[in-house]
Design a protein around this ligand. Structure first.
Ligand code: CAA
Length: 258
């Protein structure tokens, strides 16, 4: 791959968007490689993913403006669908994904981070949806996910004004869970990922599914989704191991992803 690197550290996979000369902007090739990188993740051994950007300046500075500048209406719609399909794959990916946002997260970059389960950032991070200043709408889920993650009023303000915000404001409005120095960001993401990876993987996956799917429906339907996924855990080895360890007052647990 030219624009994506993938490393494995223990049970954690780290996907890096690697196009630093263009501040990791998302052209079609980057999107296709991200799609292929997700398909290649070994879901039997990997228990958490981290998504970050190469270099010290940018997570992802948006979709590639050069590539978009000549698109027709139909091509624009197709480009939006391409990004949306991949970001939705990421959002519904069975494993938890932590976005380690190490700088600019603008337009498609902010949207990419919002497709991850958890967002943490460095103190130089800048977030925004600058699209209306370019004559377009956010096209990779920004109008939908920002309004769901922060309040609809705040999302509308940020999108209509195209104003960028810094890490401290992103933290204040709940767009990111924590802010670190640049040096601390990746170690913090790895520590969080390791903390997730030590838990029963099927239970973690079912939690992701329950929250993602439950948030799309009303509470009566949502609790039924939870009940089903809760029940499924009782068929697993890892439920027996987790509860057995508690009852036997045993600290060591071996979760096998079964
Ligand atoms: N697309 C294509 N190239 C980009 C880019 C983007 N989104 N963002 C940065 N680059 C390129 C620049 O063109 C420049 O390339 P050259 O060296 O070849 O000229 C290189 O990255 C470095 O950028 P700058 O020189 O501009 O760096 P800077 O530090 O002065 O500014 C910045 C950084 C504020 C992020 C500025 O680059 C910028 O405003 N970028 C565009 C941000 C943006 O508008 N993103 C939204 C895109 S629209 C979108 O994403 C639609 C959607 O929802 C799908």
């Amino acid at each position: 791959m030219d624009f994506i690197t993938y490393e494995v550290e223990g049970q954690v996979g780290i996907i890096t968007i690697n196009r630093p000369k263009a501040l990791n902007a998302l052209n079609s090739k980057v999107l296709e490689e991200l799609d292929a990188a997700l398909d290649a993740v070994d879901q039997d051994t990997i228990r958490c993913l981290i998504l970050t950007g190469a270099g010290e300046k940018s997570f992802v500075a948006g979709a590639d403006i050069g590539e978009m500048s000549t698109l027709t209406k139909a091509e624009g719609e197709a480009f939006g669908k391409k990004g949306n399909d991949i970001f939705r794959k990421l959002e519904t990916f069975p494993l938890p994904v932590i976005a380690a946002i190490n700088g600019f997260a603008l337009g498609g970059g902010c949207e990419l981070s919002m497709s991850c389960d958890i967002r943490i950032c460095s103190d130089n991070a800048v977030f925004g949806q600058p699209e209306v200043g370019l004559g377009i709408t956010p096209g990779f889920g920004g109008t939908q996910r920002l309004a769901r993650l922060v309040s609809p009023g705040m999302a509308k303000q940020l999108i209509y004004t195209a104003r960028n915000i810094k890490a401290d404001e992103a933290y204040r409005i709940g767009l990111v869970n924590a802010v670190y120095t640049q040096e601390e960001l990746l170690p913090a993401a790895k520590k969080m990922a390791a903390g997730i990876a030590k838990n029963a993987p099927i239970a973690v996956r079912n939690c992701k599914k329950a929250m993602n799917e439950g948030l799309q429906v009303d509470m009566d339907q949502a609790i039924v989704i939870e009940e089903k996924l809760f029940g499924d855990c009782f068929e697993t080895h890892d439920q027996k191991e987790g509860m057995g360890a508690f009852l036997e007052k045993r600290k060591e647990k071996t979760f096998t992803n079964n």
